[in-house]
Design a protein around this ligand. Structure first.
Ligand code: GAP
Length: 517
């Protein structure tokens, strides 16, 4: 197993062991690609939501929030294009009976070529040492140039086939490249066919097609159909945005990589309504703004842009912000220039005028939209992947003395402060520890824990990312102070119980993250 695979395996195990994420319906052997958040997971997830919401609504002058229903009128999805075009190309292997996404098989083939490039680069780096110029090498080494041309050619053929909805061409590509089933090596494939990703259900009081309802595959449509309601009731002038956090559902064909690709997940989306003709500027603005936001939590080299080759049916430009997950760079957030596609489509299908009267130019028009869309669960995974570290215990020389610590920003940490009585059988210590707990918990997310030795309790709090541990000992009974241990530096200091709030509250405040501290 590669080091990266091992790291990912540890991360998944850590999420379960410390109450962050469980497989859904585990007692029935689980439900594929559906997960539940545990006690620490839900706290972290709520903090991430709050960080996004405050950044996108509270900190903005012209963005407001809504919370629309998951169920929407079925015509919504006809108008939005999801009934006809929200498909993935599906292919089955006749021998293994396994089902795959045809585009992912081709991408997997290209990833193998990319690995060959990476190998050549590593070798050359070793050979040339400090003199190595990676860009020059990539553009001049004949073998690497040929590999890159192969990737570009294959990806272009795939994008063309997908854009033209040409499933025959996609199958031909798979056969030509000799792509085999990763399970058993068989090349005995069915034809490629389109598979709609929307889940549907039925209204109880209407039978047949009329009563067919969809579980929304994106939260954005709830924003589009409320555009006029929000604009009128808040008297917003263009440009302005509407933000929303909520569940979305997709019947993913291949759901792998833990919470990266789920069938039920949460999105945090913002639609920014603008004057037609200004979309290029706003697209650039949100592309840059959102990348900067991610840099507040992750190193810049773990983030990159990836322009879409194969545009969604509603977009005239689209870019992904990719994050380096333990299994490679993958999409974390999408920025899409959605033109007036959605509002115009709802106007046409509903027969209602959905337009904005521009008091500056004295004209009515259908606004254009630039969207930012991020998966909350992917953000959770990225946050955990960055935060989880195995490090040598600070201040100790023994290389075998390591600890697992979740270095979350204190504002995101599920528990801000753990209250640990040194002796759980001493009534006076327990009474004082409980009184500290009661004093703090109204304003700080605290945890009281007396279930082990102090060393074990510290390790457990490190593993869930608690920035402060407060130990109540015999001295506390005399001096009314507790020992405050800092998660990262491990520095311990005595702090008066009366000053605890003033010490802890400012450092766990979300304002620090929002102001880049
Ligand atoms: N409204 C636009 C839209 O839905 P998308 O690129 O299909 O665009 C946006 O999805 C984001 O939602 C992605 O960048 C990803 O973070 C998240 N996402 C999409 N499908 C997901 C899935 N199956 N599981 C978890 N997150 C998903």
């Amino acid at each position: 197993m590669s080091q990266q695979d091992q790291k990912f395996k540890n991360l998944v195990a850590h999420c379960k062991e410390y109450g962050f994420i469980y497989q859904s319906s585990e007692v029935y052997d689980g439900l594929a690609a559906v997960y539940d958040y545990g006690p620490n997971g839900v706290l972290l997830k709520n903090n991430i939501k709050s960080y996004w919401w405050k950044s996108m609504v509270q900190m903005q002058e012209n963005i407001v929030g809504i919370d629309s229903a998951i169920f929407m009128h079925p015509k919504t999805w006809k108008a939005s294009g999801h009934v006809d075009a929200f498909n993935d190309p599906l292919i089955d292997n006749k021998d293994s009976k396994k089902r795959y996404r045809a585009d992912q098989l081709v991408e997997g083939y290209c990833e193998k070529i990319q690995k060959k490039i990476d190998k050549e680069v590593t070798k050359a780096q070793k050979r040339f040492g400090d003199d190595f110029d990676k860009d020059q090498y990539l553009s001049t080494n004949p073998r690497v140039v040929k590999y890159q041309e192969d990737i570009d050619g294959i990806m272009k053929r795939m994008a063309d086939a997908m854009t033209a909805d040409n499933m025959v061409a996609l199958k031909e590509l798979i056969e030509e490249l000799g792509i085999a089933d990763p399970e058993n090596g068989s090349k005995n494939w069915t034809d490629v066919r389109q598979f709609n990703l929307m889940f549907n259900t039925q209204l109880g009081n209407i039978s047949g097609e009329e009563g067919k309802l969809y579980l929304r595959p994106e939260t954005a449509q709830g924003i589009f159909v409320n555009f006029l309601n929000v604009q009128k009731t808040t008297r917003q002038k263009l440009p302005f945005g509407i933000a929303q956090i909520g569940k979305a559902f997709r019947n993913e064909i291949v759901a792998r990589q833990f919470i990266f690709r789920m069938r039920e997940f949460e999105q945090m989306e913002m639609q920014f309504f603008i004057k037609p003709g200004t979309q290029k500027d706003w697209y650039d603005y949100w592309k840059k703004t959102r990348l900067e936001w991610h840099k507040g939590l992750h190193d810049a080299e773990k983030l990159r842009y990836h322009d879409h080759d194969n545009l969604a049916h509603y977009a005239d430009a689209a870019v992904d912000i990719e994050f380096q997950f333990p299994f490679g760079f993958r999409e974390l957030e999408g920025i899409h220039s959605r033109t007036d596609f959605d509002l115009s489509a709802h106007q046409e299908v509903s027969g209602r005028k959905i337009q904005y009267f521009d008091p500056k130019s004295n004209e009515s028009y259908v606004p254009y939209v630039v969207e930012t869309s991020i998966g909350l669960d992917r953000m959770f995974l990225a946050t955990m992947a960055t935060a989880l570290q195995t490090e040598m215990v600070p201040g100790q020389d023994d290389p075998n003395n390591t600890r697992e610590v979740l270095k979350l920003h204190p504002a995101l940490a599920p528990i801000k402060c753990a209250i640990l009585p040194l002796k759980k059988n001493d009534e006076r210590i327990v009474a004082l520890a409980k009184s500290v707990f009661n004093k703090l918990r109204g304003s700080i997310q605290c945890m009281y824990d007396d279930t082990g030795s102090i060393g074990k309790l510290y390790r457990r709090q490190d593993a869930i990312g608690t920035p402060y541990c407060l130990t109540i000992d015999f001295d506390s009974l005399e001096d009314n102070c507790v020992t405050v241990r800092d998660r990262d530096s491990l520095v311990q200091e005595r702090v008066s119980i009366d000053e605890l709030k003033a010490k802890i509250l400012p450092s766990v405040d979300m304002g620090n993250l929002l102001e880049g501290k």
